[in-house]
Design a protein around this ligand. Structure first.
Ligand SMILES: NC(=O)c1ccc[n+]([C@@H]2O[C@H](COP(=O)([O-])OP(=O)(O)OC[C@H]3O[C@@H](n4cnc5c(N)ncnc54)[C@H](O)[C@@H]3O)[C@@H](O)[C@H]2O)c1
Length: 286
């Protein structure tokens, strides 16, 4: 089976009713990319609790299967489909599967994001790695948005899109914080920072393009968030340095990003489009 729904079938046991962040919304179908783990999974869980049926998308089948299982075990209406957001055929197939399984997408969260996990000096980085980061973080976000918005426009449904950017879309990477041992390693992940800056600007551009169709497009820029990949390769010293770099003195939790996304897709954010909501414990203020 190509999708990640496992043996449990196409539809869930029913919608859970949870604490509501925004005005209750009608049954709007959400799709969250990169939701096999981390921030994406927290977003999927939160939207499920808000009563939205959620399609989870991830390139990693095992992660996806276990994420969908955990949501369905909690009684949430959700399903999963494996695919790569950079491949147009995958994107079309994933959207067709979503329509057939849950209904057409009215809430899209572009959460997929990758970085080069080792010290990566700008003068040394190879072009293939550079291109892959831009392709996944920027082009994948655009491709998903374009295909989903096209369908929203055809159906006249309107909708909401949220792109997950980063504080590193607004600041250069602070390489003094990273590295193992005592010596900081220069970590110029310019590809990541550039791709996330472009996601913030893509958000503004698309918000203007599609405002007349009732499609709101916003971004959320997380600071350091405790996920597997957020902590990947960090020494205990780096972890502590990052804590001291945050005015609030702690890492953020995936749920804290998910709550911001839930607000932006809710009717309470009905006049908000083109915004970049920074959720960083104050990082960019220092
Ligand atoms: N964790 C942090 O500290 C932090 C900080 C700022 C921004 N962000 C951003 O938040 C988002 C989520 O971060 P995370 O830490 O949860 O990441 P993660 O690596 O834990 O999860 C990302 C998921 O995306 C999937 N994925 C990767 N490439 C894909 C592709 N081409 N197509 C489909 N799926 C793909 C992966 O399999 C993975 O399950 C990313 O955009 C990241 O850049 C994270």
């Amino acid at each position: 089976m190509r999708d990640g729904r496992g043996a449990s079938g196409d539809t869930g046991a029913g919608r859970a009713i949870g604490a509501s962040v925004g005005t209750p919304v009608s049954r709007r179908v959400a799709l969250v990319t990169g939701s096999g783990r981390g921030i994406g999974l927290a977003i999927a869980e939160t939207l499920c609790r808000e009563g939205l049926p959620v399609m989870l998308v991830d390139a990693d089948r095992e992660r996806l299967q276990s994420a969908v299982k955990s949501l369905r075990d909690d009684g949430h209406e959700s399903a999963g489909v494996v695919g790569d957001v950079t491949r147009p055929r995958d994107v079309d197939r994933m959207l067709a599967r979503t329509t057939a399984t849950l209904g057409p997408v009215e809430v899209l969260v572009n959460n997929v994001g990758v970085f080069i996990p080792e010290p990566n000096r700008a003068e040394d980085v190879d072009l293939a790695s550079w291109r892959r980061i831009i392709d996944v973080n920027l082009n994948g976000t655009f491709l998903m948005s374009q295909r989903v918005a096209r369908s929203m426009i055809e159906r006249g449904s309107g909708g909401a899109i949220v792109n997950i950017a980063s504080i590193y879309g607004m600041r250069a990477m602070d390489w003094r914080l990273y590295g193992t041992g005592r010596r900081p390693q220069r970590y110029d992940d310019a590809s990541y920072a550039v791709s996330k800056a472009a996601v913030i600007q893509l958000t503004r551009s698309l918000s203007v393009s599609w405002a007349g169709f009732g499609i709101r497009v916003n971004s959320v820029s997380p600071g350091p968030i405790e996920t597997e990949s957020g902590r990947a390769g960090l020494s205990p010293a780096s972890f502590r340095k990052i804590v001291s770099r945050v005015p609030m003195g702690r890492w953020g939790q995936p749920m804290e990003i998910a709550q911001a996304v839930a607000f932006l897709v809710s009717d309470q954010a009905g006049y908000i489009t083109g915004a970049n909501l920074v959720v960083d414990g104050g990082w960019v203020c220092w």
